[in-house]
Ligand binder design. Structure first.
Ligand code: HEC
Ligand code: HEC
Length: 155
């Protein structure tokens, strides 16, 4: 069948009306939030301030590890603990010469090897920024629930 121009135009107009109408109703109904607590169209709300669970080093117990080779979680607060090119306060307590005096856990031997496995006199620079791998804890609820179970060790 050959369509006449006015017929095609009418069909398009009808289709457009249906589309616009359906879009309008969908936009009203759908509540798009993702992981953010507010609507996508609204401005982000600043998260509330959270405090570290741990306090001054020396007052906490170690936190059990959940899998082999896990970087242990930091049980104490690290508020104001500086790590920059001149100062690394973590080393002051955890490095080889000083850990015994302050009764801090010794840095893992792996940290004193370079990536080829060569023994070094000082901590490897690849480990200098401790907080890349070791993180302190706050009492925060996970954004997405999960069913993770730590590995069971035979101890
Ligand atoms: C004043 C000394 C001191 C400073 C500074 C310090 N720590 Fe600690 N750290 C400790 C002590 C003591 C513990 C043992 C747990 C406790 O008593 O809080 C500990 C525990 C840890 C643990 C847990 C080890 C394990 O085997 O479970 C990690 C990881 C750690 N600290 C990393 C850090 C990092 C990273 C920094 C720097 C941002 C840092 N610490 C700064 C003294 C210190
Ligand atoms: C690239 C990741 C990484 C960085 C950076 C790093 N660590 Fe670790 N750390 C680990 C892992 C993984 C372990 C557990 C396995 C091991 O001992 O190697 C660990 C273990 C430890 C332990 C426990 C050692 C033991 O024998 O129980 C301490 C304490 C520690 N790290 C302190 C530090 C400090 C302080 C720094 C910064 C100067 C640091 N780490 C930087 C990954 C890292």
């Amino acid at each position: 069948m050959k369509m006449t121009k006015p017929l095609v135009a009418t069909l398009f107009a009808a289709l457009a009306t249906v589309l616009v109408a359906s879009c309008a109703t969908t936009a009203e109904k759908v509540d798009v939030r993702g992981l953010r607590p507010n609507q996508l169209t609204e401005q982000d709300v600043a998260p509330t301030m959270t405090e570290y669970v741990g306090k001054t080093p020396g007052e906490q117990k170690k936190i059990a590890r959940d899998f082999e080779q896990q970087p242990p979680l930091i049980p104490h607060s690290i508020e104001g603990f500086r790590i920059d090119s001149k100062v690394n306060i973590c080393l002051a307590c955890h490095d080889r010469p000083s850990y015994q005096a302050v009764k801090a856990p010794k840095i893992g031997d792996s940290h004193y090897r370079d990536r080829e496995g060569k023994e070094l006199k000082h901590i490897s620079m690849g480990r200098y920024n401790c907080n890349l791998c070791h993180v302190p804890q706050v009492d925060a609820q996970p954004l997405v629930s999960n069913t993770f179970q730590p590995v069971k060790t035979e101890k």
